[in-house]
Write a new protein. Structure first.
Length: 344
């Protein structure tokens, strides 16, 4: 089950014991109460059963906290990342970098030093953005908060970049600008272009299920960011990348997101698997029936072609005339074969 499909199911409330105090009015306040219930994390590698269990677990926490509906999706989505959990801080929205740094630090953000693959860089950015989302962090603070977690080689690179650009430039740097600069350093242009080509030419592989294809598709879409298009555009692109026999069943249907397409495609796969199983069962029944019929025919043939042990002739199902003394020509008990009128 896809992560965005999981979040779409969060509509009710959910386990653990409630925390004291009044009802929070900000996401940070709700995050503090939510974190005290020790909610479990969820990964896209889990099975559909695990997804349902996790939803029930989160809804139980919402129920006991009497969580307001407008905060549920953001709270639950925070636990879609296996790491980076932690309790939020109470109070209102910070207005200074020190206030934001305190709230940011309580989420235990991971540090970044260097990377061997672009995947590591993209994972770190996604991790930091997840924290920004749940804290509802203002854009003007994001670059300074993220750069605070740069260490080692990454910190040396950032210091050199700041020195070249100047402090005033860094203070006004948007998060989108930071992403571009960061990826240019740790996600080379050649790699970015390769991922773009892979995304635009992506097709479901023969042995790949719809859910497996969706994970690969969303991974590439995550690399591209805004270049991957809107949710509707991604859904259309994903749909046209499906195997032809799956696409045939949904070609005239419009979808709002990738999860909807994957769910429809998976239903078609399940139906095909069921039809194949039914056909195997029917074929098996026919084979068993034909085999049983063949055995009966063989037994009857053996019976028909077995000579009588008394007279040495074939008379299946009839008494032997030699034993009974009947006429060999007509079977009558009134005369022998020499007197039989049929022989005259």
């Amino acid at each position: 089950m896809a992560i965005n499909h999981v979040t779409a199911k969060i509509n009710a409330s959910g386990s653990g014991s409630g925390s004291g105090g009044g009802t929070p009015v900000t996401i940070s306040g709700w995050l503090e109460k939510f974190g005290k219930q020790k909610p479990r994390s969820f990964s896209s590698t889990n099975t559909p059963v695990d997804a349902e269990n996790w939803i029930a677990h989160i809804e139980k926490i919402f129920e006991v906290l009497d969580c307001r509906d407008e905060f549920k999706t953001r709270l639950a989505s925070y636990k879609l990342e296996a790491s980076g959990s932690g309790s939020g801080s109470g109070g209102g929205t910070p207005v200074t970098i020190s206030g934001w740094l305190e709230k940011f630090g309580k989420q235990k953000p991971r540090s970044f030093s260097s990377t061997n693959t672009p995947v590591d860089a993209e994972n770190w950015i996604a991790h930091i953005e997840k924290i920004f989302e749940v804290l509802d962090c203002r854009d003007e603070f994001k670059t300074r908060l993220a750069s605070y977690k740069l260490v080692g080689d990454a910190l040396n690179w950032w210091k050199a970049y700041k020195q070249a650009k100047g402090d005033e430039f860094i203070l006004t740097m948007t998060w989108a600008d930071f992403r571009d600069v960061f990826f240019n350093q740790y996600f080379p242009l050649a790699e970015q272009q390769k991922f773009e080509r892979d995304y635009h030419t992506i097709r479901q592989e023969d042995k790949e299920t719809t859910n497996e294809f969706m994970k690969r598709f969303l991974r590439l879409a995550g690399f591209l960011g805004a270049k991957a298009g809107t949710q509707e555009e991604q859904a259309a692109h994903f749909k046209w990348g499906l195997k032809e026999w799956i696409l045939d069943g949904i070609v005239n249907t419009e979808f709002t997101d990738v999860a909807e397409v994957a769910n429809a495609g998976r239903n078609i796969e399940i139906l095909r698997e069921r039809n194949r199983e039914n056909k195997r069962n029917r074929d098996g029944d026919r084979i068993r029936s034909a085999s049983a019929s063949g055995v009966r025919d063989q037994r009857y043939h053996d019976y028909e072609s077995t000579p009588c042990k008394t007279c040495g002739k074939l008379h299946p199902g009839k008494p032997c005339h030699r034993n009974s003394g009947a006429c060999f020509a007509c079977g009558s008990m009134d005369q022998k074969i020499g007197d039989c009128p049929r022989r005259k």
